[in-house]
Design a protein around this ligand. Sequence first.
Ligand code: HEM
Length: 404
Amino acid sequence: ALLGTAGAGLLVGAGAGVAGAVAYERPAEGSATGGGGALGTGRVPFRGEHQAGILDPQQAGVRLAAFDLADGAGRDGLRTLLQRWTKAVDRLTAGEPAEEFDNQVALDAGPCSLTVTLGFGAALFDKAGLADRRPAALEPLPAFPGEALDPARGEGDLFVQIGADDALVVAHALRTLQKLAAGTAALRWQSAGFARTPGATARPMTGRNLMGQIDGTNNPKPGQDGFAAKVFCTPGGDQPAWLAGGSYLVFRRIRMLLDHWEELPVERQERVLGRRKSDGSPLSAPAGSGEGTAADLSVQGPDGGPAIPSDAHIRVAAPAGNGGAAMLRRGFSYHDGALPDGSPDAGLLFLAFQADPRKGFTPVQRKLSRGDGLSRFLRHEASGLYAVPPGAPAGGYLGQQLLE
Ligand code: HEM
């Protein structure tokens, strides 16, 4: 669930200016990036129409966390917290420590493309006296067959996605936000994830997940027709005005049953997905045609059956069969050791940004949970749905549109 090839191209600055999203450069993939810190100088503007960390290339490391608002903090407590966080994030994303707290962990590092993305969970609105401002689209996700969700590792009032190309910078940012929240909001859960480090491959490429699949190919891309309408909210109907330029984020902690998956021969694995592992090409086109080749769901294989099987993940998830449902997937891998039975506690921290989860994630997941060959190798273990406010206005604070 990484940004696709076009997204990866942004790593070398080719996409600067796309939807106002990427106004910084990271070192070219494959260049030497050690020591002096070309990687460290990457700086993602924190302020803008949309929050950072949605359209920007994925960083090597991420920490997802959610906080619960303390009883009695209310609307004023929330406002003060968001103002303190904003001041800190302004400085952290410039490679400077926060004024109010610093543990020196990131002292020698540059910004390392740090982004901090904020979301509001449904329960926040009642607690902060803002029930009349809760978006209808933040209604709880329905239960899906086969899931076993742990509320202690999901949900939460205030969500943050903290991404950077350096693990210490990520840890430092989370610790800072946690310290600044003391007394107002308590950490509920956190998960660490990772993606490819810029420079790890000879040229910019779409990343791979822990099943070894090239993941992110058919993501909607900035510049495509209707991209903004798929990913960002437009007020009107039951979408509130304060969410203009914002989005909704669905988080799912999805464990991969890797012991089971890795027993399958590669050709079987490819039929489960509908694309080849070598180059990401769809099974409807010759091997080597590359991940950029569009999948053709009508092509027949040599056996007369569909070349992309009827239960292949890309067929079942395809927007065409889901009323055009689309979302921007930006998930990270996680690997947290082993479960008591020895199997890897590993998988995907699935993250998908979309204009309306009732038209994006929910119908697609409903179909996947019933008819997707890949779901036999997956367990959904935690979930979260958050309203992602627009970017912090110039001189203002993150989330201000909700509170003013
Ligand atoms: C496509 C993997 C879960 C929606 C893909 C692709 C891979 C992949 C490798 C093909 C390359 C690409 O276009 O990105 C996974 C894995 C998952 C997972 C490993 C779980 C661990 C989900 C979930 C959803 C989803 C939960 C949404 C509910 C999609 C969509 C596509 C896609 C919409 C594009 C389909 C198309 O080509 O039209 N996924 N996926 N995936 N996935 Fe998933």
